[in-house]
Write a new protein. Structure first.
Length: 129
């Protein structure tokens, strides 16, 4: 049984029928559809909350740093380790305090990332001072 969502993405991208995907993964067609819907929802959230823009910005900075002989592989691993919906569901309970405690203990929670150019960043710093 294949449980990797990357395999599901490859099969869906190749436009394989859901029944074929389900058979190869050892799951039901309904599970294929549930996982696919979750993947699409997660991708939409990453676009909305700025995660994709953060990754783009990080990649640019990592490439520049690499030109100086350094490596940001460890940071790239951290930034690339996004919690999926199934994992998040395990942390969310009916109790708000317990949910917040779980999230703070198992997640790094950041504000939405809004990309800006270097010029915009300098202007912001000048305006704040």
């Amino acid at each position: 049984m294949v449980t990797d969502d990357n395999y599901l993405i490859k099969m869906k991208t190749a436009q394989k029928p859901d029944a074929v995907i389900a058979a190869k993964m050892g799951i039901t067609v309904e599970e294929v559809n549930r996982r696919w819907d979750r993947i699409l929802a997660d991708l939409k959230l990453c676009q909305e909350n700025g995660y994709n823009a953060l990754c783009d910005q990080f990649t640019m900075m990592a490439n520049q740093y690499q030109l100086l002989g350094g490596s940001l592989k460890i940071m790239a691993g951290v930034i690339g380790s996004v919690i999926n919906s199934d994992e998040l569901d395990k942390l969310v309970t009916n109790n708000a305090e317990e949910t917040l405690k779980n999230l703070r203990a198992h997640c790094i929670i950041l504000r939405k990332f809004v990309p800006m150019t270097s010029e915009e960043a300098v202007r912001q710093v000048i305006a704040e001072n």
